[in-house]
Design a protein around this ligand. Structure first.
Ligand code: F6R
Length: 610
């Protein structure tokens, strides 16, 4: 969703802002803009469409100045247009904003009744007018004016504000939406996430909800909305700037698919004790006695993270012997779920900011459950809310379609199952060793699968014309079928549906004909015979079959037109591997169709609205 960048320091602000916005492009946007202070005046440039258009507008009109804010907007209130693009200006105040101001209707009416004329349909413009009004009413400085404005606002937001009267100052504030501050020697930056700032500094300050910060060159002062001074120490980030670059790959998505062996290795590193057959993860924050008492694991997630959670249910039930429920966070919020203090609630999220997952976790926490965050982004909202954090260590994921974070989540959730299994007496050290050994071998098998990318590309050319593709799998392969279908629809815009193979006869079989490719995940595991029967049913109706099969399973040659080979591994780790050719398949179909795979239409990387 929207991206914010701010700069104050000795350098020219405009190029830094545009570069930062470029690094936030992956979040999704439809328009962009900057406000620059040249020491005397504030100048604003806004454009509809991609950042290239903003860049062209800035080329035509030099905007000198060492202070500025920039924004990429993903429309919520008001259609995508130049007038609705940020920054919004009132008097000498310019504002950029991410999130939603829930009481905007009442505030807009109040301001309109007071004589304000709005230039846009956005809720953001309200903030600019509130700050301007506070300054006119005698607020001592921009911080005080922003604090007065925030006291009137309800909802989730991150904002950055400039005032013509203060040519060195950016005031930023957060409530529920992400915002980080980057500290340089003599300069200070702000951004919606770490990736936007990494090329300038790795020293970051993470604001808490309700914080308001005044940024000056090299200086940061943080207060609460009510004006109390607070200290927020800076943290050194171990993500390197090159991790957020394409590094020779054509797209981030392809790079991130290839980074999976490292993402999984990093997530396992230091957490596995093979000799003892155990997992070290004190950060889960569960007392061993509490771990043994848990009656139920309740996993909350959306999208790809939900699919990783569905896989985890098999592991938690079979390895840790703990009843497990997996729910779409957006659906849980439509019910009155009965969380209890005996639940371990696990929130799975790449961004750690997904609004619905965050909201569902709050409800679980209020009900007394122990909340564990399995997230990729350090200090994100879900990580902060949770009692414990099991970070995935996939590095920044820029491609909108999640790939390496999915497999890193699987690795972390597998560790969680072994960890709980050992503490609940459900798993002997020897059995745990076998699980962990298989997990440690996953990265090298991933390398093998990535080596077959050219063959997957040739299969993709056959699939590319299809308007609809069905993905089938049973057991652990079913959530991977869902994930394979999601990847294809996200980036190739073809309709794709994941289905439990056993359900095919209950409906989807009606769809099968010669024009309907079916991707069947049928490795030699406990579900093999039944899945092969489904495959035969597809062939009998002339369906085109792409099978994912265990290397050497020659019997499938008669049933499938194309076979993507899988290594022979213990069945439990298969989901970490079967997904790799499916990600490649989606990528190659989409690139063949000429799509922008890193920023598919209508999608946002971080979903901070309901
Ligand atoms: C799909 C994808 C989305 C996210 C979903 C949840 O490729 O990336 O479906 O998985 O928006 O996001 P997080 O994991 O950040 O909570």
């Amino acid at each position: 969703m929207c991206g914010i960048v701010g700069y104050t320091g000795p350098r020219q602000a405009a190029p830094i802002l545009v570069d930062g916005l470029r690094r936030l492009e992956y979040r999704g946007y439809d328009s962009a803009g900057v406000a620059i202070h040249d020491g005397k005046c504030l100048e604003v440039v806004r454009t509809l469409g991609k950042l290239r258009v903003l860049g062209e507008a800035l080329d035509k009109r030099t905007l000198p100045g060492n202070l500025g804010v920039g924004h990429t907007r993903w429309a919520t209130h008001g259609r995508p247009s130049e007038e609705n693009a940020h920054p919004h200006v009132a008097g000498g105040v310019a504002v950029v904003h991410n999130g939603i101001i829930e009481n905007h209707t009442a505030l807009r009416k109040e301001l309109t009744d007071g004589g304000v004329r709005f230039a846009s349909d956005t809720d953001t413009e309200i903030v600019a007018h509130l700050v301007d009004r506070a300054l006119r009413a005698g607020a001592t400085d921009l911080v005080a004016a922003v604090q007065r404005a925030l006291a009137r606002m309800e909802g989730a937001y991150a904002i950055a504000v400039l005032s013509q009267a203060e040519p060195e100052v950016i005031v930023v504030a957060r409530q529920g939406s992400p915002l980080v501050i980057g500290r340089g020697e003599d300069e200070t930056l702000a951004g919606s996430d770490i990736a936007a700032l990494l090329s300038h500094t790795r020293d970051m300050i993470f604001l808490e909800d309700g914080d308001v910060a005044e940024l000056r060159p090299g200086k940061v002062r943080v207060e609460t909305v009510s004006g109390a001074r607070v200290e927020r120490p800076s943290k050194h980030i171990d993500w390197s700037p090159v991790m957020a670059e394409r590094g020779g790959y054509r797209h981030f998505m392809l790079k991130e698919i290839h980074e999976q062996p490292e993402a999984v290795s990093a997530t396992l590193r230091g957490r596995i004790d093979l000799d003892a057959g155990d997992v070290h993860a004190a950060e889960i924050g569960l007392d061993p006695a509490v771990a043994s008492r848990i009656r139920r694991v309740y996993i909350l997630a959306c999208g790809t993270s939900y699919h990783a959670s569905l896989v985890a249910r098999y592991w938690l039930e079979s390895i840790a012997k703990v009843p497990t429920v997996v729910e779409l966070a957006s659906e849980v919020r439509c019910r009155e779920p009965l969380f209890t203090a005996d639940d371990l609630v696990v929130a799975v999220s790449q961004s750690g900011e997904t609004f619905d997952t965050l909201g569902a976790c709050k409800a679980a926490k209020e009900a007394g459950a122990h909340v564990l965050a399995v997230v990729n982004v350090l200090d994100s909202a879900i990580a902060r809310l949770a009692h414990g954090q099991l970070y995935t260590r996939a590095g920044p994921e820029i491609g909108v379609a999640s790939t390496k974070c999915f497999t890193a989540q699987l690795a972390a959730l597998y560790l969680l199952a072994v960890y709980l299994g050992r503490r609940r007496g459900a798993l002997t050290p020897e059995r745990a060793q076998a699980h962990l050994q298989a997990l440690c071998e996953v990265p090298s098998h991933m390398h093998e699968l990535l080596g077959d990318a050219d063959y997957v590309r040739s299969v993709a050319t056959k699939l590319a014309p299809a308007r609809s593709v069905l993905y089938l799998g049973r057991g652990l392969n079913y959530p991977v079928a869902l994930e394979g279908a999601l990847k294809l629809k996200e980036v190739s815009y073809a309709h794709a549906e994941g289905y439990a193979a056993g359900e095919m006869k209950h409906g989807p079989i009606a769809l099968i004909d010669a024009d309907m490719p079916v991707v069947v995940i049928c490795p030699r595991d406990g579900t093999y015979d039944k899945t092969v029967s489904n495959l035969q049913e597809v062939r009998a109706r002339d369906g085109q079959v792409v099978a994912l099969a265990t290397r050497g399973d020659e019997s499938l040659h008669d049933l499938a037109q194309h076979i993507l080979w899988l290594p022979e591994v213990p069945a439990a780790v298969l989901p970490l591997l079967t997904v790799v050719p499916l990600q490649l398949l989606a990528y190659f179909v989409a690139t063949r169709k000429g799509h922008d795979v890193d920023q598919p239409r209508n999608l946002a990387k971080t979903v901070t609205v309901e």
